[in-house]
Design a protein around this ligand. Structure first.
Ligand code: ADP
Length: 546
């Protein structure tokens, strides 16, 4: 009897302890929520105050143009801050309430990193920082997972490194992979900066919402204090790990490991002239090593050259012996001259059709004019990936090696295919037509969603191969037009490939595009490589069509 009583008391005590723990947890959660709400109201009030105050000032000085202009630009800054705050809070609440679902789709790590680099490079360039991507450790480029959320993680961390590093600083991003089981890899990502760093004490709080280092330097930099807690939640929900090391004044290093499935989709390997020599002119060790490895793995015979002089000598001999290499890959650095100067020499020496490829961290749009004038035939963008290097090499060495351009060569001749370009802005129309036109594809134009719908409705079945659809347009926007096209009762309504072209690359915009029934998304300004990729996957070049 006594034993049963004791057991009963013990049981009651256990229940009590569990109840107390649950109560404590609930209280803590409640406190966290109150803290969150109070920080949020505070953070919303700050830009709101600026907007209200500046509007009042502008109104009372309405005739002083300079003053009004100054007020408006401050209002603009405060509103964009408010907007990012609201977006972040929405994102947080979506994740917290379990409304965020992670996509499982095939994606290319190369595309993802190029998109991220397009966003981040201008910010680093503005601060004259050295932003470098080291991708030599990537083996599997085609993965399955949620590319938008992955990009959000990378962009947030690298974006912070840029923000919290002084002008002229350095940001080194490294990506590599380790096997994690059958058909899965760990993607290891690290971002090291030599910026302002953080104290050990702050590192304990970095993943809590609204926490920011309290210092003069940080308070001048725009931020919501939500980015890192969103990143932490995303990494957790993907089953990954994140850690930070940092020293005040010395810099920080963020490390993320994420498990990702390897995509099993079959892919065509680029056709390359096996066994042929490719010259690699690059004096920077790591970059040269990565290029050499890629080429060797694909059955080519790379020869490394450190200087422009070596390259010229080698090519002169090769010409004399009638044993020309199949291409020259130019890197970022040479011991004795600028890569583009070497391109000019080689172009003279080797003739108009010899393929010269430039591997560069720079934005192609910025260097295209100088590079093509110097004689460069094709561009391999960085972050450097095997697929991009080999595809470009294959496109310039295909057949007789006579092609000297990646755009509009016989490989990219899509005449006979038809696309509908839906875009309201005339300048954008012109640019897109110019880019598309170079591939021989026939382009028809609609000025808004309603016109596009009408053109599609009037066209015979299978008439358009691809529809490039702007999102924001008068009369009918791109989402609505897509929904209506998809709803038409005709064979090709569901199947026609619709590509959203938008200036916004927020996760939600992309998701909305998908929900409306669009198949792909490219951001504006349009990246030629992305455009060509889409044409390549959807259309058949004329030669293949027969
Ligand atoms: P924020 O919007 O303020 O950038 P985050 O949540 O992204 O918010 O980061 C939280 C805080 O962590 C930042 O305000 C900054 O104080 C600190 N921090 C984040 N990344 C770095 C970094 N690379 N170097 C120094 N401080 C950083």
């Amino acid at each position: 009897m006594e034993r049963t009583d004791r057991a009963h008391v013990e049981e009651l005590e256990r229940d009590n302890a569990a109840l107390r723990a649950a109560l404590r947890e609930a209280e803590e959660a409640n406190q966290a929520k109150s803290r969150f709400l109070s920080s949020m109201s505070h953070d919303i009030r700050t830009p709101m105050n600026a907007i209200v105050g500046m509007t009042a000032i502008a109104l009372s000085h309405i005739d002083e143009k300079a003053r009004v202009q100054d007020c408006l630009s401050k209002i603009q800054t405060a509103s964009s801050h408010l907007m990012s705050l609201v977006n972040d809070v929405l994102d947080m609440s979506r994740i917290d309430s379990g409304r965020m679902t992670l996509n499982q789709e095939d994606f290319s790590l190369a595309d993802l990193l190029h998109d991220a680099a397009v966003l981040l490079r201008p910010q680093a360039a503005q601060k004259e920082q050295d932003l470098a991507f080291h991708t030599g450790g990537i083996r599997e480029e085609h993965l399955t997972g949620d590319p938008l959320r992955l990009r959000q993680i990378l962009v947030n961390i690298i974006g912070n490194a840029i923000k919290y590093t002084q002008a002229g600083g350095s940001i080194q991003v490294e990506l590599s992979q380790r096997p994690a089981g059958a058909d899965t890899v760990w993607l290891d990502f690290s971002c090291r900066d030599n910026g302002i760093g953080m104290s050990q004490e702050f590192l304990g709080r970095i993943f809590l919402p609204f926490e920011r280092v309290r210092s003069g330097a940080v308070s001048k930099i725009e931020g919501t204090g939500l980015g890192m807690s969103i990143v932490k939640k995303l990494v957790d929900s993907m089953g990954g790990q994140i850690s930070v090391e940092s020293r005040e004044g010395a810099g920080s290093r963020f490390t993320v490991a994420l498990p990702l499935a390897v995509s099993r989709k079959d892919r065509r390997e680029p056709a390359l002239p096996a066994g042929q020599t490719v010259l690699v002119a690059e004096s920077q060790e790591e970059r040269a090593g990565q290029i050499m490895d890629c080429l060797r793995d694909s059955g080519l015979e790379p020869v490394r050259l450190d200087s422009g002089l070596e390259a010229v000598t080698r090519l002169t001999e090769a010409r004399y012996e009638k044993q020309m290499p199949c291409a020259l890959l130019l890197g970022q650095e040479l011991a004795d001259m600028q890569p583009l100067d070497l391109a000019a020499h080689v172009r003279q020496l080797a003739g108009a059709s010899f393929p010269i490829l430039l591997v560069s961290e720079d934005d192609w749009a910025l260097i295209e004019y100088r590079a093509t004038r110097a004689g460069v035939s094709a561009f391999v963008p960085c972050p450097l990936f095997r697929s991009r290097l080999l595809d470009t090499l294959s496109s310039v060495t295909a057949g007789s090696g006579e092609n000297s351009s990646t755009l509009g060569g016989p490989d990219e001749d899509y005449s006979g295919s038809r696309v509908l370009l839906v875009e309201d802005n005339e300048l954008n129309q012109e640019i897109a037509m110019e880019l598309l036109g170079m591939t021989g594809v026939q382009v028809e134009v609609a000025g808004d969603g309603a016109q596009a719908l009408e053109k599609f409705r009037q066209s015979p079945e299978g008439y358009y191969d691809i529809i490039f659809m702007d999102v924001q347009m008068p009369v009918m926007d791109g989402y609505e037009a897509t929904r209506q096209i998809r709803r038409l009762s005709r064979e090709d309504a569901g199947g026609v490939w619709i590509v959203a072209m938008t200036a916004n690359a927020f996760v939600e915009d992309v998701r909305q595009a998908r929900q409306a029934g669009m198949n792909e998304h490219i951001s504006k300004p349009v990246d030629v490589d992305r455009l060509l990729d889409i044409l390549r996957t959807q259309l058949k070049p004329k030669a293949v069509k027969g």
